[in-house]
Design a protein around this ligand. Structure first.
Ligand SMILES: *Cc1c(COP(=O)(O)O)cnc(C)c1O
Length: 343
């Protein structure tokens, strides 16, 4: 058994994101055409046959969502229905057998309940990593789906993403490469991360960039792990949903919150040139995702030129939207959209 550390607040705030785990793992196996009853057991290593489909043909997808400890001591999940629907969509695109919506909701909720002691107080949260993999023993199954699967919900107490100080990012605008093959954009799958990694490492080495903004043929899509926004005092602009990129739950939440805060929300395709125009007119740029919520872009690197955004730090509108979202998540403000669910 893997020994889990006690959920000490100090320990969580200094541990790098994703390196601490809740003590219990909730899991479920698919065999002979059906899902067995879910189980919760002490977190341990997995035993996988070396011929497992996932190890050779990449049959894997996952989710990332958070549970928050509210002032009354209860734990609340953020937009569970959206994350469950997205996992089902990923599984469909990758042809992996997937538990029903009802089972997914029950298992994720159970995982939070069984690891309740590991849900940190604000600004921390319990990051959940529901994961689905193909486990059939068959290296001849390159052209067929895995007939067996494993679904598990790993939990990880995380501190404030910005505990080392908030820093606006350096982003390389890349018009040549794509993050994923067209058609896999909507799937949250390890294969796409593997494909984007080389470009990200090169951007780090050559430009000291934190991340790459993939804009194949001038279409601004997303970075390796987050969606992209242009923001100013009145407007919020982002790419409309299509099959080329991951439909972030944070992206949707920022748009809904933005409308409520009287921003005009615009979903339309745009180009790197329009990013530069937006910045020149004093606008902000930000990335969105569950882990960091919203992070400002401080500098773009484009055609070997560096363009500083505003004063190079977090923009006021980005901060305003992020704080409004965090307040809902932590139970510090009303929840007008009924995004938070009790467990
Ligand atoms: C997870 C992810 C996002 C952000 O999605 P959220 O639901 O907001 O966390 C954006 N892009 C990619 C590629 C992702 O994997």
């Amino acid at each position: 058994m893997i020994t889990a550390p006690t959920p000490m607040q100090d320990d969580i705030t200094i541990a790098p994101f994703g390196t601490r785990f809740g003590a219990q793992l909730t899991s479920c196996e698919y065999r002979s055409g059906q899902w067995a009853a879910p189980q919760t057991a002490p977190l341990d290593t997995l035993a996988l046959h070396p011929a497992s489909h996932v190890l050779h043909y990449g049959s894997a997808c996952f989710e990332g969502l958070k549970a928050y400890r509210w002032p009354d001591g209860s734990a609340r999940l953020f937009r569970l229905d959206r994350h469950v629907a997205r996992l089902q969509r990923s599984a469909e695109l990758l042809s992996i057998p997937c538990p029903s919506e009802k089972t997914l909701i029950a298992m994720i909720t159970t995982a939070v309940r069984e690891n309740h002691a590991f849900v940190p107080a604000p600004p921390g949260s319990l990051y959940l990593r529901p994961t689905l993999i193909g486990t059939t023993w068959n290296i001849g199954a390159a052209g067929s789906p895995s007939e067996e699967a494993l679904f598990f919900v790993l939990t990880s107490p995380v501190g404030n993403y910005f505990s080392c100080g908030e820093r606006a990012l350096r982003i390389l605008i890349d018009e040549k490469n794509r993050r994923t093959p067209p058609g896999l954009g909507e799937a949250k799958t390890g294969g796409s991360y593997a494909a984007a990694l080389h470009h990200t490492i090169c951007a780090k080495m050559n430009h000291n960039a934190d991340q790459v903004l993939f804009c194949p043929d001038g279409d601004v899509q997303e970075t390796g792990a987050s969606n992209f926004f242009l923001i100013n005092d009145r407007e919020i602009l982002t790419k409309p949903l299509d099959s080329s990129f991951l439909h972030g739950v944070t992206r949707d939440s920022v748009l809904r919150l933005g409308e409520q805060l009287q921003y005009r929300t615009i979903e339309k395709d745009f180009t790197p040139g329009e990013i530069l125009d937006w910045i020149e007119r004093g606008g902000e740029a930000a990335l969105s995702g569950t882990a960091a919520v919203m992070t400002s872009v401080g500098t773009f690197i484009y055609n070997n030129r560096e363009i500083v955004v505003g004063d190079g730090r977090t923009g006021p509108n980005t901060r305003r939207l992020r704080d409004a979202l965090l307040a809902i998540q932590h139970g510090a403000s009303d929840d007008p959209f009924a995004w938070m669910s009790a467990i």
